[in-house]
Design a protein around this ligand. Structure first.
Ligand SMILES: [Cu+2]
Length: 155
């Protein structure tokens, strides 16, 4: 009787382990995600803004190929390039690779999105709608909070 009890208990443990394995396999790899989006309020007549965020690669390699904003004439993907003592911005050609499972930060001084020809000033507290376009993940809508003009991102 004791023997039977011991076996059944072991079986329960094996079954429990199997269930854990099934649960783990059942969990789809994390999808591509966009986190911590922000932009700054635009001063005076300025109708251009920089948008910053962190891309998290999904289950497969992807490429950010472009972006759209209903409040802007166009959105460009930029990078900062240092030539000697000079740092300049330039448009990224060919898109920005987002490797599977990796974080790709778009931050001041590095990659960023720029919105041109805004329909009005960006006001602190409002949300700028943005759509990112990926080669595989397709269109991803992002709500970008507008921070005060003197906002410093956390490091
Ligand atoms: Cu730029």
């Amino acid at each position: 009787m004791r023997q039977v009890h011991a076996v059944s208990r072991r079986e329960v443990m094996v079954l429990a382990a199997a269930l854990v394995t099934v649960a783990a396999c059942d969990q789809a790899p994390a999808a591509l995600a966009v986190e911590q989006p922000w932009t700054r309020a635009t001063p005076g007549p300025v109708r251009t803004g920089g948008v910053f965020l962190v891309l998290h690669g999904g289950p497969e390699d992807d490429v950010l190929t472009g972006a759209e904003c209903p409040r802007a004439a166009r959105v460009e993907l930029h990078e900062h390039v240092r030539t000697g003592d000079t740092v300049m911005m330039q448009a990224v050609t060919g898109g920005l690779p987002v490797p599977a499972g990796q974080a790709v930060p778009l931050a001041p001084g590095g990659y960023h999105l720029m919105v041109f020809g805004l329909d009005g000033p960006l006001v602190a507290g409002e949300v700028l709608p943005l759509t990112l376009i990926f080669a595989k993940a397709g269109r991803v809508a992002v709500a970008v909070p507008v921070k005060p003009a003197d906002f410093k991102p956390p490091r």
